[in-house]
Unconditional design. Structure first.
Length: 153
């Protein structure tokens, strides 16, 4: 018996799973697009190409988190849905940090924000929203029967 098909499912995907998958793809594409343009140094910074700055490679965290979110989206266990919410919130926090830090004014120069930075933030927001609507049926539990001693109290 293979236990993988019971955990992961692709058939019967609901709308939020498709939107999460599309948002993760948009996030990855946005990381390769230009994020800011610094006119004085003639630099265009993206999520993976930050040469000429000290920003590091902020897109790599997005790649890891988006991959984990997509995998957890297709696992039909309650723990996966809870961890998915955690990773989506971390992804949104990282996107917001990138939006603020990379586009901040420094030394009198304000970089011009480009489309990729806005797309990365929007895709991260969408990923978080999709984690609120998992495709999972939670079995209803019957209330415990009340004994006569409990009913008298």
């Amino acid at each position: 018996m293979c236990f993988l098909p019971r955990l992961i499912y692709f058939s019967g995907m609901n709308r939020s799973q498709w939107i999460a998958l599309a948002s993760a793809i948009v996030l990855v594409i946005a990381c390769f697009m230009p994020w800011v343009h610094m006119a004085s140094a003639n630099l265009t910074v993206s999520g993976v190409d930050t040469s000429g700055t000290r920003f590091g490679k902020p897109a790599y965290i997005h790649f890891i988190l988006a991959g984990v979110i997509v995998v957890l989206t297709f696992i039909k266990r309650i723990w996966a849905k809870r961890f998915n919410l955690l990773f989506a919130a971390l992804n949104l926090a990282w996107a917001f940090k990138n939006f603020v830090v990379i586009s901040k004014c420094d030394g009198g120069e304000c970089p011009e924000r480009q489309t990729g930075l806005y797309l990365a933030l929007a895709a991260s927001i969408t990923l978080l929203i999709t984690t609120f609507f998992p495709n999972m049926k939670i079995p209803a539990t019957e209330p415990d029967e009340v004994t006569e001693d409990e009913a008298d109290n």
